[in-house]
Design a protein around this ligand. Structure first.
Ligand SMILES: [Zn+2]
Length: 310
């Protein structure tokens, strides 16, 4: 079972206590590549099933491919599914220089076990496909989102991206940006279901929890759902807001929040697009900008009503 200090707290740790990286990001000619390595001989028998689920799903490789096609990294990034991790690492983490991401097999098993309970005790949200509401698929989909979070850290670190908020928020934002744009709603939904279960496990908030560099776990659930809803309100408002998963007090902010996030990440990545992606990436960034302006204007019209309803 997941205790406070297991997956939940571990996710919270990821990326915290990072020391500053004296990177040399603008060296001549970027050539970095993302590779995924499974160090099978380190993996314990009890964790082999969860690792197989992730390997077969290809979610790590899919994200690595997207970065390789779109972004010119200054350095290689190695993603290691391994039990050979630095001291204290119990969950997926990005190293401070953004050149290694560790995915410990036991962490994948904890996620799989959590979903083993979820599928028996939690009613499937209608938006989540029935055929995928099983522990294996939920594990690979939520891992896709969690890996997006770690990739967000790696990109921030390698590309030395200027950050206007908490780094952990930006990392969560990249997970939403990548999965909602490139994969579909399932990773955000699976992550929301997982974090909701973890928040219930954690129970009462502690001072340390509130003082974390991450938002509290339950808040992250609503952030994941807000970005998803905002990315396509016509499609997601009914199943998320109408069905009661995302409160009406938050929902009016979500289309603009998504538009700012989408524009933000495209703009941050723009100077680093690969040659082959540049034309398409510049177009995406341009239309994200136009969409953000349109959402801002639309929100201006609702602001008095929105504030009066709070
Ligand atoms: Zn993090």
């Amino acid at each position: 079972m997941l205790r406070t200090a297991s997956v939940g707290a571990a996710l919270l740790i990821a990326g915290s206590a990072l020391v500053s990286c004296g990177g040399d990001g603008n060296a001549a000619g970027p050539s970095g590549e993302v590779t995924v390595v499974y160090e099978d001989d380190t993996i314990k028998p009890k964790d082999r099933h969860a690792v197989e689920v992730i390997r077969k799903s290809g979610v790590l490789e899919q994200a690595a491919d997207w970065v390789n096609e779109s972004v010119a990294l200054p350095h290689d990034l190695v993603v290691k599914v391994t039990d050979k991790v630095p001291p204290g690492v119990t969950d997926a983490v990005a190293q401070p220089d953004g050149r290694t991401i560790f995915v410990p097999p036991a962490f994948l098993t904890q996620i799989e076990e959590a979903f083993g309970d979820v599928v028996k005790t939690v009613k499937r949200p209608a938006l989540f496909p029935e055929a995928r509401f099983n522990a294996d698929d939920l594990t690979s989909l939520s891992t896709q989102f969690i890996f997006g979070h770690e990739l967000g850290h790696a990109l921030q670190r390698q590309l030395q991206l200027a950050n206007l908020g908490l780094e952990e928020d930006a990392a969560d934002g990249f997970a939403s940006f990548y999965t909602d744009n490139e994969v579909g709603p399932e990773p955000s939904l699976a992550a929301a279901i997982l974090f909701d279960a973890l928040a219930r496990e954690e129970g009462k908030l502690t001072m340390e929890g509130l003082a974390s560099d991450h938002p509290v776990t339950q808040q992250r659930v609503f952030n994941f759902l807000c970005y998803l809803e905002g990315s396509d309100p016509k499609r997601f408002n009914g199943p998320l807001v109408g069905a009661g998963y995302l409160p009406k007090t938050r929902a009016p902010l979500c289309p603009q929040a998504w538009a700012m996030l989408d524009y933000g990440w495209w703009t941050q990545l723009k100077p680093h697009f690969t040659e082959s992606f540049k034309e398409q990436g510049d177009k995406r960034q341009g239309s994200a900008h136009d969409h953000w302006i349109a959402e801002m204007k639309a929100f201006e019209k609702q602001i008095d009503e929105f504030r009066s309803a709070q």
